[in-house]
Design a binder for this molecule. Structure first.
Ligand code: SF4
Length: 379
């Protein structure tokens, strides 16, 4: 069953005693984000595992930050709340499972220049900042987010921009971090202006979770800055239908109306969205708000995330349950980003039962077996 929306945490306070509100503009949301145990205890009734996790987050290098807005989506009393599981640290983060990696996508082995990862010939990943408004507990880059570098001055990104200029085969630049939309409008505009001036860059993807965790960040001024490159796409990460609030829906409408297409990559997370009913509601809700569900990502085996990961077979079962139940426009690809940075692999239920002599037997979502005949060979 989907849970009802929890009441706003109007009584929550930050460590200095200031009352947190969910309607503050984005800068104030970032400044009053909860970053320590005292702030968290003011907002939520913590379980022992969460209390120990929050204490550890202060020491372990993977910090905690939760905007008042996102904190208000958490159930105050229930540690199994799917929003809470995404943002509140738990002591299980201290455990390492077989296959856990510090850098699961091998990004450090694929640095083409400082702050620039290149794993494919046609696209690069530009790491513009290490800051986020909320540090997601399943983050692939938990090794580096919030590590202290902050927003990279343009001068530090020049070698990366020079590399992009020198590689005309690079047509697709993904600006990520951290969350690049925690940077100012001016900084976003500056970076997109640099990329727009490189003729070989056909499109830019800005990877940001702000429509989910800080929707106040999406303003007409920001949309104008994003449009500085004529083909800017926004890649976001809604993981649960409860994240599609009135504020988030407003942000998504501003982006769509302003000419910025939005795609969503959900992460399949245990205890958050690993059931067909939740995923169906999420994918339908996204399309209704003009967002294309693009990938359902198997959680990367990043160190300390085993408690949030599902077995690969679970994702395949879920895709089988959704096939035929949800239209193609709302059905993402299930993807494993292979450990070590070897690239993405689409996986899913196998619908081919037999294939011989130009006849392929397919199993439909209803379980019916149907033959498909290849065309005759033309002479
Ligand atoms: S917003 Fe993105 S980069 Fe930041 S913690 Fe979440 S997943 Fe990681």
């Amino acid at each position: 069953m989907l849970r009802a929306m929890s009441a706003p945490i109007s009584a929550a306070r930050d460590p200095s005693g200031r009352r947190l509100t969910t309607t503050e503009p984005w800068g104030a949301q970032v400044r009053s984000a909860v970053t320590d145990l005292a702030g968290l205890e003011g907002a939520l009734e913590l379980s022992p595992a969460e209390r120990a996790g929050a204490l550890r987050a202060l020491e372990a290098g993977f910090p905690m930050s939760i905007t008042p807005y996102y904190l208000a989506l958490c159930d105050r009393r229930d540690p199994t709340c799917p929003i809470r599981r995404q943002c509140v640290p738990r002591i299980e983060e201290a455990q390492e499972a077989a296959g856990d990696l510090r850098d699961p996508l091998g990004e450090e082995d694929h640095m083409a220049a400082p702050h620039l990862v290149q794993r494919y010939p046609d696209r690069v990943l530009l790491l513009a900042t290490d800051r986020c408004s909320v540090y997601c507990r399943f983050c692939t880059r938990s090794r580096m987010v919030g590590a202290g570098g902050g927003v990279q001055p343009l001068a530090h990104l020049q070698p990366a921009l020079d590399h992009i200029r020198s590689c005309p085969e690079v047509v697709d630049v993904i600006i990520s971090g951290g969350d690049p939309l925690v940077m100012s409008d001016g900084r976003v505009a500056l970076l997109l202006g640099e990329l727009a001036a490189i003729e070989s860059v056909h499109y830019v993807r800005v990877a940001s979770r702000t429509p989910v965790t800080l929707p106040q960040r999406i303003t007409p001024e920001l949309v104008r800055a994003l449009r500085i490159h004529p083909a800017t796409w926004l890649m976001t990460h809604f993981n649960h239908p409860r994240e599609l609030t009135a504020e988030s829906r407003r942000a998504l409408a501003l982006l769509a109306d302003g000419g910025v297409p939005v795609m969503n990559q959900s992460v399949l997370l245990r205890g958050v969205n690993d059931d067909a009913e939740t995923l169906e509601a999420l994918f339908r809700g996204l399309v209704r708000n003009r967002v294309r569900p693009y990938y359902l990502l198997q959680t990367d085996p990043v160190r300390g995330s085993a408690h949030l990961r599902t077995p690969l077979g679970r994702g395949i079962e879920l895709m089988a349950a959704l096939q035929g139940r949800v239209s193609g426009i709302a059905l993402p690809k299930l993807i494993v980003d292979t450990p070590g940075g070897h690239g993405k692999v689409p996986i899913g239920p196998d619908y081919i039962v037999a294939r011989e002599g130009g006849v392929t037997t397919l199993r439909t979502h209803r379980g019916t077996l149907v033959d498909y005949l290849d065309p005759p060979t033309l002479t």
